[in-house]
Structures are given as C-alpha cells and as structure tokens.
Design a protein around this ligand. Structure first.
Ligand code: SF4
Ligand code: SF4
Ligand code: SF4
Length: 411
C-alpha cells in the first residue's frame, strides 16, 4: 500500500478523494482551457513570473484521467534541513492527493519508507524528479544527493538552505569547524554539560562515527567543516527559494513536472529560479517609503510600529532592498522585517553586504546633512547584536566570506 493510500485510509480521505474528483469534473465542465496546457506561468521569462499576482496552479486540473504512460517517480529528500520545507510541500492542501495520483513516491524520509538501497538499485534516470531541501553538511547528505542526481532526470533545489546554505551554513563561521561545534554542543550547553557531569565526569563522550555494537558496526555520518549549498555539490536543474517556499511556487513546480511528464510540454530553461521576479522585495512591499535618515536601530517590539511606513524608515533592519521579490512581501505586510529568505536579485552577489550598504546609506552623513560623526555611526551599528547572523541568515553558503578565523593570541 502506497504512502498516499495509507494517508487516505487513515484520514478518512475517501471523502477528500471524492471532493477532488468532483472538483476535477466541475473544472472540466467550466473551464475552456485544456487540462494540460503549455501556456502556464512558469514558462514565461523570469521578469514576468510573479507569484504575487497569480493564484496557486490548480493541481486538480492536472490529471483528468489516468496518466497515459503510468505514474512518474518522485523522490523528496532532506539533507541538512529543519523539516519545514517538507511540511511546506503539504501546503497545497488536498491537492497533495492529486500528487499521489500522478506520482509514485519512491523516497520521502519524513513521510514514507524509502530505503537508500532501493534507490541505488534503480536505473539511472528512473526517477523523474527529485526535490531536495537542506544544505550539504555531512557524508550522508553528500552520498544521498549524488545518488539522487544520478538516478533523476530533474533535480529541484528546494528552499533557502539548499539554494544558499540557510542557517546551517552559519556554522561556516565557527573558526574551529566541526570539532569546535561538537565540543560545544556535547560538552558546554547546559543540558549536555549536566549530562556529562552526571554520567561521564572524567571523560566526556562525544558521538563517534563508528561504534562496535554486539550486532555489528554502527556507522554515523561524518560532519564536514564547511556547509555547502546543493549546487556546490551536484548539478541542479531548478531552484525554488524561500524559507520555506510559498504554496504558489510549489504548485508551479509540480505543474511544470506534470505538464512535462504527461503533456509533453517543454520544461522551463535549466537553471530557472521558480517564483521570483527580477525586482527587489521593496517593489512588492506596500509600505510607504520616506527615505528618512536613521539615527537609531530598533527591534519591532521596542516601538509602536507604524503599519504603513517602511520599516527601515522606522529604524528597523529590513533586508527588502537586497532581496529578490516573489513572496509578495509576506513578512513586511505582517509587520515583521524581511530577513532575506528568497536570496538576492541577480544583480547582487553578496546579499548581506548589499543590505548593510543600503542601511548604512541612510545615516545622516552626507555633505548636505552632515549631522552625525563617524564614531556615532559606529556606535549605532554596534547595537546590531549579531551582524553576520542578521545579514547572512540565509545566504552564508553563497557568500564570499567563507570562514571566520581566530587571530593568533586573540579572539
Ligand atoms: S529553507 Fe527554511 S524551512 Fe526549509 S529546511 Fe531550511 S530552515 Fe527549514
Ligand atoms: S525596506 Fe522593507 S519595509 Fe521598507 S519598503 Fe523595503 S521591504 Fe518594505
Ligand atoms: S519577506 Fe523576506 S523573509 Fe519574509 S518570506 Fe519574503 S523574502 Fe522571506
């Protein structure tokens, strides 16, 4: 019994299935466009793709009948990921059942029981599409993504961690690399420090990569010193940024695959980033920009945030000027600053530095308004508690800053 069959049974989804079928019939009656069409949004140029203006693709339209050539094979894998990207794939609500109709899920560690050796036994190219989230930070991640690349026709780099390194890549800033991280995590944080004090006082234990158990040798993945983005390890066909990606991007991606597999519609050009525009997020943001000079940096909880004024105008650090549009400014509309999870525009290589420059340009230090001394600017910028963590929350894996180092004799 497939994952989706179990899902249906467990969730009384006979009803849901009927609803989907009913929707498909209703759509077939009311819509004049063919069920599988070549004119869908993802085939347009990046400039014109805007998830902000288009509803989620109706996956109910995809399969008016059984797939003529049988189901496609779909693999979903998480490398160094939090699981949010996997959960986001369910954001398409009951349409996930349609995905079950169009695809055999050959691997999805968070949800079904696919084994590595099952994938290894498949022919090269037998998997139609692999959707991979997360960065690559250990030997297992690297082995699995290389295996999936070999077995897949299409690889989708899914989510900010896979595309740019995400928060896992902030580990690249730890000067002592994996040893310092393991030492800190297993010996110094309060819960593990207490555990070590209670059970391994004289010889604290850190997990090893090999252990001789009575049943045989157990092997754990080896952590790397450097976290890499997916395209730094394997060839990638499409990118879907976001932490996690929006529902609209997900359904466009699935529709592109279904149109290709069942309708013979050409795929978007290799390397396409799905769900973004070429402009910055500021241009999708409805907040009023007054380009005020900044004299203080604040957190949203420290002030009464004006619901209509640009957050930077209010002294709140917002990465909108350095972030590519596509999410329709979902955070700034909700009163929170953009943290940059869609990554930079194509015109920007270094998102963090670009955001920092945009903020710095708003201090009153120009000739015409030279009211602030350099020391004062440095004082204000020093109030940013974790500048690298703030400006590179998602993109350290793509940054020109590869490492932080400890100076000899210093910190
Ligand atoms: S991109 Fe965000 S949601 Fe996806 S794995 Fe990374 S942290 Fe989690
Ligand atoms: S800086 Fe942020 S709040 Fe201001 S316009 Fe840009 S996205 Fe909106
Ligand atoms: S507003 Fe910024 S942080 Fe929020 S979803 Fe959009 S790109 Fe990501």
């Amino acid at each position: 019994m497939s994952f989706f069959d179990r899902f249906r049974k467990k969730n009384d989804a006979g009803t849901a299935k009927k609803e989907v079928a009913k929707d498909v019939k209703k759509d077939a009656k009311t819509k004049t466009a063919p069920a599988v069409s070549g004119g869908s949004c993802y085939t347009k140029t990046a400039e014109s793709i805007s998830t902000a203006q288009l509803p989620a693709a109706d996956l109910g339209e995809l399969l008016p009948g059984a797939p003529p050539n049988g189901k496609i094979n779909l693999a979903i894998y998480w490398a160094a990921a939090c699981g949010g990207c996997d959960v986001s794939l369910l954001d398409i609500n009951e349409r996930i059942l349609t995905v079950g109709d169009m695809a055999n899920i050959v691997m999805w560690p968070i949800a079904s029981d696919g084994k590595e050796h099952d994938i290894a036994a498949m022919e090269d190219g037998e998997i139609t599409v692999s959707i991979i989230s997360g960065a690559v930070r250990n030997t297992e991640n690297e082995h699995m993504v290389k295996l999936l690349r070999k077995k897949s026709k299409i690889v989708v780099c899914y989510g900010a961690c896979a595309c740019f390194g995400g928060s896992p890549a902030l580990a690249n800033l730890v000067p002592g690399g994996k040893n310092e991280i393991l030492d800190y995590v297993y010996k110094k944080i309060p819960s593990t420090a207490n555990f070590q004090a209670d059970y391994h006082k004289n010889s604290p234990v850190i997990p090893q990569t090999k252990y001789a158990a009575p049943e045989g040798e157990l092997v754990l993945p080896t952590l790397y010193d450097t976290v890499r983005t997916l395209d730094q390890v394997i060839d990638v066909d499409y990118f879907v940024p976001g932490c996690p990606p929006l529902q609209e991007s997900i359904s466009y991606m699935l529709k592109a695959v279904a149109d290709f597999a069942y309708g013979g519609v050409p795929l978007p050009p290799k390397g396409t980033t799905i769900g973004v525009v070429t402009r910055t997020l500021c241009e999708q943001c409805p907040r009023r920009k007054e380009y005020r000079r900044i004299t203080k940096i604040v957190e949203p909880h420290e002030i009464d945030v004006d619901p209509e004024l640009c957050l930077v105008d209010q002294g709140i650090l917002c990465l909108g000027p350095a972030t590519v549009g596509g999410c329709n400014a979902r955070c700034t509309r909700a009163g929170q600053p953009c943290r940059g999870c869609y990554g930079p525009t194509t015109a920007v290589q270094e998102q963090g530095a670009s955001a920092l420059t945009a903020i710095a340009s708003l201090f009153p230090v120009l000739d015409e308004d030279a009211t602030m001394e350099e020391d004062k600017v440095i004082d204000i910028m020093s109030t940013i508690k974790d500048p690298l963590g703030y400006f590179y929350a998602f993109t350290m894996g793509k940054s020109l800053i590869k490492k932080s180092v400890t100076e000899k004799g210093g910190k």
